[in-house]
Design a protein around this ligand. Sequence first.
Ligand SMILES: Cc1ncc(COP(=O)(O)O)c(C=O)c1O
Ligand SMILES: N[C@H](C=O)CCC(=O)O
Length: 432
Amino acid sequence: MNTQTSEKLYAEALENIVGGVNSPSRAYAAVGGGAPVFMKKGKGAYFWDEDGNRYIDYLAAYGPIITGFAHPHITEAIKKQAERGVLYGTPTRLETELAVMLKKGIPSLDEVRFTNSGTEAVMSTVRVARAFTGRKIILKFAGSYHGHFDLVLVAAGSGPSTLGSPDSAGVTESTAQEVLTVPFNNVDTLQHAFEKWGSQIAAVLVEPIVGNFGMVRPQPGFLEAVNEIAHQAGALVIYDEVITNFRFMYGGAQNYLGVTPDLTAMGKIIGGGLPIGAYGGKRDIMDQVAPNGPAYQAGTMAGNPLSMASGIACLEVLQTPGIYEEMDRLGKKLEEGMLAVNEEKYHLPVVINRIGGAMTLYFSSHPITNYEEAKDTDSELFGRFFKLMLERGVNLAPSKYEAWFLTTEHTEKDIDDTLAAADDAFAKLAKG
Ligand SMILES: Cc1ncc(COP(=O)(O)O)c(C=O)c1O
Ligand SMILES: N[C@H](C=O)CCC(=O)O
């Protein structure tokens, strides 16, 4: 495969953009290095790089592109809005329209507020929880990722853990002291943390289904225990649904699992690929937010008409009957196909965690239920697998900690082609 143009563009980018990328996850540091492929255009489940190579894509831009690239309904909505102006700095009917759609999908939202990114959304929920409870400490789970504001860059997963910097430089010791980190899926340590610090904990911040040390389900009863322990101590529960909202069904992971938080942070899919974040929850808690209450949060671009129009169009597409069932069916076929071919021919240590159309393949001989187990998987094998798949025209996220996302545009043939690529890649790995 010729990737000369990507290599040239990467060299130029390195001269001008720190690390050559605008988000560290996009570098290939965790998969053996080299120039990331530079994409030029995308359509449906495929994109094409600057050298004209075509890839079946499972990155989905780290999750937002659930309807595939350049979906006609979303593209049309963006075009129409762009012609009317991209930003007004006034309220628009689009904001209420999207807010109502979010509320219909996720019934725990009495009121919402839009932001420009998932990071801002989570950051705002933390501020609101502190304002509401008058407490300082946030308890979160090791290896989860909640964006890049200071507080959540303590023991953070995804990009930070991939690059070996889960505790970012530049985060002050006093900020780090405001965070407690415990293992996911472990009620005992959660209970102990609350026994010691309970009266100072403002909120538990949790990805209800983890997407940032791979896809990891909560064990039965775990999220119920989180609610019970937190509420007993007077703390709130915040779900970070930036990855999971509208991912497995038309609603949140909270609907999918049947558990309800006090506050929810959202992002990615709800903007249809344009920058967005949102947060919401119970009315009495959300009424802490300015102009109703004393917790300030704002944004020049927040609720901008382009992101609203794109988000509305994306959620309209996701209301198509059967769409989530089909992503689940194709995801299952991909999961079972890779496991079967490996078991039959190669016997590599492969574990796949899948929920609907989102999955992670780990090179591991043990199940993955928490961050420690995700760390203890073979990074070197994953790096080689990633490159072998890329050479065979299949694009994955360049990290063993990220998810593969199916879109509404992947077809049976795409899955068959991906399975053929995986068969080939496994064969090379098995040879050593
Ligand atoms: C669970 C979770 N929370 C928050 C974020 C931050 O969102 P953004 O990158 O839009 O700031 C991400 C991803 O980046 C995420 O996966
Ligand atoms: N896993 C992260 C979000 O979901 C990756 C996004 C990024 O860091 O660019």
